[in-house]
Design a protein around this ligand. Structure first.
Ligand SMILES: *Cc1c(COP(=O)(O)O)cnc(C)c1O
Length: 463
């Protein structure tokens, strides 16, 4: 029998299995090249990259400074291991990350994707309690928030709380202590917006009080839970959680994979509330969105618990073949240089304000429930009824249809359920932002003509 290699002589590959994609419905869309914020497809279309190639592109595609840095590195060495040795470029990047990350985060562990950065953080926290000077070996569990998303490897999925993505795998997962969903759109009954922060912090404190003896760490996405649908936390919650973790002697792990490198208008989301987590995960934007690389950084007390004579076996029992890859490290250094030289972060809020301003035109649409997020992490939640915040019946696939319409109009975006996600590259120009907003507003009004859609059967409190 001959193997189907998938080669058909046409552009459509029969072999490529895509993540989070129903292949039975998949319609060919392949990018041949990209420049700035624009993707050029094999069938000759130009699409604005409205979600930054899955939330990671910062400076646009094919930026000469990043391309040159990768080429220069390629002529030196493409890959060396970081187990027991190192590449000079990764060493340099670790130093640079220590300079720019919050507070006294002092040591950087490299991996290849955000999920692995989270896995490393979990194991680091666990091993820390096992072997620090005064060990607490009973601290072996984690507190994660409702609707959390920390990646798709099994440990990260265990932390995850998005039913649609995660519930299927329950039999092979460990169970975290589950905290609240600190949502500012659907508030619990009787809780005002002004009370939301104290309310959610209070719920977290109750759990810490009960479980702190066995908790290794609280794990959270700071400020915005991206994959949950840009669920935006009340201001002040992050610093409250930091205080509570100190009070109850539990580590704080912040997953900045989505929020890091300027997305929220500061270099890191933690910077908004002057919080230094004990362990911090970075991914997506680390290399400017060019090459796969992620990092887990730790404060001195964590790192020092792993120092001992080799014979005591206290080294971190974790490592990835391609962790600290020199090409990715070169791209990351070039991206960080661009960020600091261009004053990019100071401009992000201005770009975001322009986008929000342009989106105001659909703010009154009866099916636009909320336009939310922080800076250039934006979600537009479409609802069947604005007043009751009732969700559409998922079978209507309103979100998917809006995004398909936008793609027809030249803007590539991808929804999360009925939340339309807008995460353009941070360097998007005024004209590009206007185009993005106009296309999204038009797509929503065309797909959901006002008054046409009436109530659906389900609410979407939890997905
Ligand atoms: C995307 C994401 C991850 C996973 O990163 P991958 O590189 O896709 O493995 C983890 N945490 C958060 C908050 C993310 O948004």
């Amino acid at each position: 029998m001959t193997k189907n290699t998938g080669f058909t002589g046409q552009t459509r590959s029969q072999s490529h299995w895509h993540g989070f994609t129903q292949m039975a419905d998949y319609r060919e869309l392949a990018v041949e090249r990209a420049e700035g914020c624009w993707l050029e497809t094999t069938d000759g279309r130009r699409l604005f990259d409205g979600v930054s190639s899955l939330w990671c592109n910062i400076h646009g595609h094919s930026h000469p400074a990043i391309n040159d840095a990768i080429r220069e590195q390629l002529d030196k060495v493409a890959h060396v291991t970081t187990l027991g040795m190192s590449g000079a470029t990764a060493d340099h990047l670790a130093d640079r990350l220590v300079e720019i990350t919050p507070g006294d985060l002092s040591h950087v562990f490299f991996s290849s994707d955000g999920s692995s950065a989270v896995e490393a953080a979990l194991k680091m926290a666990f091993q820390y309690w096992q072997q620090r000077a005064e060990p607490r070996p009973e601290k072996t569990t984690y507190l994660a928030l409702s609707n959390a998303y920390h990646g798709d490897t099994t440990g990260a999925v265990s932390l995850g709380g998005i039913k649609y993505f995660h519930q299927l795998f329950a039999p092979i997962l460990f169970s975290p202590v589950r905290g609240p969903l600190p949502c500012t759109y659907r508030l619990p009954e009787g809780v005002s917006a002004a009370e939301a922060c104290d309310h959610y912090a209070g719920q977290i404190e109750i759990l810490l009080k009960e479980h702190h003896g066995t908790l290794a760490a609280v794990v959270m996405e700071p400020l915005v839970q991206g994959a949950a649908g840009m669920i935006t936390h009340p201001t002040g919650l992050l610093s409250k959680v930091r205080q509570l973790c100190d009070q109850y002697d539990v580590l704080l792990i912040c997953d900045e994979v989505a929020t890091g490198f300027g997305r929220t208008g500061k270099l890191f989301a933690c910077d908004h509330e002057s919080v230094t987590p004990d362990i911090m995960c970075m991914g997506k934007g680390l290399t400017g969105g060019y090459l796969p690389m992620a990092a887990t950084s730790a404060r001195p007390h964590i790192y020092e618990a792993f120092l001992a004579p080799t014979s005591q076996s206290k080294q971190f029992f974790h490592g990835h073949t391609f962790g600290g890859n020199p090409l990715a490290a070169a791209a990351a250094l070039a991206s960080i240089d661009l960020i600091s030289q261009s004053g990019l972060i100071e401009k992000v809020d201005g770009v975001a304000d322009r986008l929000r301003g342009r989106l105001d035109s659909i703010g009154d649409h009866p099916n636009v429930g909320s336009i939310r997020g922080r800076s250039l992490m934006v979600g537009i939640e479409l609802v069947a009824d604005r007043e009751s915040k009732l969700a559409f019946d998922p079978s209507g696939e309103v979100g998917r249809r809006v995004c398909e319409r936008a793609i027809e109009k030249g803007v590539w975006i991808r929804p999360l359920g009925d939340v339309i996600i807008l995460m353009p590259p941070l360097v998007s120009s005024d004209e590009e932002i206007d185009l993005l907003a106009n296309v999204v507003c038009d797509s929503i009004t065309e797909v959901i003509p006002e008054q046409k859609f009436v109530a659906a059967s389900t609410t979407k409190g939890e997905q």
